[in-house]
Unconditional design. Structure first.
Length: 548
């Protein structure tokens, strides 16, 4: 059995307990200590920890035992029974024989997948056997990080410490929301997220907790309501300050911008604000718990929470769209506008009021947090994305039917279609008399759309030298278009006799229209010509090539 065990624990990355040395898995010295252990101290600790049985210096631990709960902080996916070396039991005895137990869990949430990593130099506290009380100490308020938005409330522990001072003991702060950890502060006071844990909720919004020490999580961990995040403390991010240990609970949208916390629903009520910064309340069924730095468990000034702060809903949803060119590459730094929707006399959706401006940024992703409802996404007509127009007066183009639902992230991916127009001078036409001697061959290539039978221009690109081969941009026009729309391709070029004249290209068999499909490029190679005097408006000669 010992030989078999030696082989089993020979790999230092096997996920065993760390033995306090910072290395995952036992070292050679750990295995030597294991082989030399006496039985009596093991049996004594086994009895205290309610461990089931031992054999050959291996200990079977119940997940539900006190020790099992402690180990679960380090190994999140602890099975119902686990077999660990007795040496590990001895090394854990010193830190697990103090106050024990866990913060109250919400059994209705999925099993957490926390890493168990501890950020901080002090021993993390364990919850007292009697759950601690929590109080609403400050109402909605702004700070130096919120751009004037009253995005936060303060939650105080039952027995806070004055600052500077040590973290509060026996009151690890329970997570108010389930979701994914997107930021977990490091131990260094210079870390931008020092003392902070931010959790992205199912609605896409972000609930942050500040002033935590001994943070128990890492970025990417999945947490449930009630999982301990860290110890309430006087710690602050760089440049911050606080005079008493508490938790600064704040709200951001999916773009990580501070947003008002007013109206957010917790189990203790809906967040309300009063005129003065830091003043507010939680309203539940008409009964208000007013914020107060003094703790009141009863009476008209009662501000004690029923258990701990637990998020029910922000009332919003989020929209997320990955924006791609026809070749699959992201569309970076594309501006867009979110509009509310109204119906015209025929019941068709039209843009109503601009809600906010957003950008695809450096990830090529458009994101916004919105109340439930139907929206339109519009783009500037002279930007990278072109497309349909919604009304005769609307100068932007875009995508409709963005249905945002409460407490959900609506995720889409839009891959644009692309039209490329290569314009060249027809070598058979006479050079002189068409373009003037002092002008290089020049043309405008335009993409047009149709609205109730009326043609309107979406965008035009000026080409300055039609003698090029269509590879340097001087004779090559590229349009990135919203798919599933019909577009017209039109040209105008200059000649010395008639000046600027319009010519319509026959681009396919749909009477001058071309269909733009997602993830598809259509390339037109067109030759200009010398117009006949009797027919100055005449179709150009174009060939079409589809590029998948």
């Amino acid at each position: 059995m010992r030989n078999e065990l030696s082989q089993r624990y020979s790999d230092p990355t096997d996920g065993a307990i760390s033995y306090g040395n910072g290395v995952i898995g036992p070292l050679t010295a750990d295995r030597q200590d294991f082989n030399s252990l006496r039985e009596s101290p093991i049996q004594a600790f086994i009895k205290q920890a309610e461990i089931l049985s031992t054999q050959e210096n291996l200990v079977t631990v119940s997940q539900g035992s006190r020790l099992g709960e402690f180990i679960n902080h380090f190994i999140p996916k602890l099975p119902r029974w686990v077999l660990i070396p007795a040496a590990g039991i001895i090394s854990l005895a010193a830190v697990s024989c103090g106050d024990s137990g866990n913060a109250t869990k919400d059994s209705g949430n999925p099993t957490p997948q926390a890493s168990g990593a501890l950020v901080g130099t002090e021993t993390p506290s364990q919850a007292a056997s009697t759950p601690p009380k929590w109080y609403l100490t400050q109402g909605p308020h702004y700070d130096g990080l919120s751009n004037g938005e009253r995005y936060a409330i303060d939650i105080g522990p039952q027995h806070p410490n004055d600052c500077p001072g040590p973290p509060v003991k026996n009151s690890p702060f329970p997570s108010p929301a389930a979701g994914e950890v997107i930021h977990a502060g490091g131990d260094s006071p210079q870390d931008y997220y020092h003392s902070i844990v931010e959790i992205q909720t199912k609605s896409g919004e972000i609930l942050g907790s500040m002033h935590l020490a001994n943070i128990r999580l890492r970025k990417g961990d999945i947490v449930r309501v009630g999982d301990p995040l860290g110890d309430v403390s006087c710690d602050v991010p760089p440049g911050g300050k606080t005079d008493s240990s508490h938790v600064h609970q704040y709200l951001k949208d999916i773009e990580e911008n501070p947003v008002p916390i007013k109206g957010v629903i917790f189990t203790d009520g809906v967040v309300g604000e009063l005129p003065d910064n830091y003043k507010g309340y939680l309203d539940k069924d008409g009964v208000q718990k007013l914020s107060n730095s003094t703790h009141f468990d009863s009476g008209p000034n009662k501000n004690v929470l029923g258990n701990y702060l637990q998020l029910v809903s922000t009332g919003n949803g989020s929209f997320r769209m990955e924006l791609r060119f026809a070749d699959g590459k992201p569309v970076y730094n594309q501006s867009a506008y979110i509009y509310s929707v109204k119906k015209d006399i025929d019941g068709n959706a039209k843009p109503d009021r601009e809600i906010k401006k957003i950008s695809s940024g450096e990830l090529g992703v458009l994101r916004a947090t919105l109340p439930p409802g139907e929206y339109m996404l519009l783009f500037d007509k002279h930007d990278k994305v072109k497309g349909i127009r919604f009304t005769e007066s609307e100068q932007r183009v875009g995508i409709s039917n963005i249905d945002v639902k409460k407490d959900q992230i609506t995720t889409k991916q839009t891959t644009l279609g692309r039209i490329i127009a290569n314009m060249k001078v027809d070598p058979k036409r006479p050079i002189k008399g068409f373009f003037s001697d002092h002008d290089a061959p020049a043309a405008d290539v335009c993409i047009d759309g149709q609205d109730n039978g009326k043609v309107y221009t979406i965008d035009c690109i000026h080409l300055s030298d039609l003698n090029q081969d269509g590879i340097d941009g001087k004779s090559r026009a590229v349009f990135n278009l919203i798919p599933d729309g019909s577009y017209l391709l039109s040209y105008a070029w200059y000649d010395a006799t008639n000046g600027w004249q319009d010519y319509t290209a026959k681009v396919d068999n749909t009477q001058g229209q071309t269909q733009v499909a997602s993830n598809q490029t259509t390339e037109f190679n067109c030759l200009t010509f010398a117009p006949k005097v009797s027919n100055p408006i005449q179709a150009a000669e174009c060939t079409i090539r589809q590029i998948k």
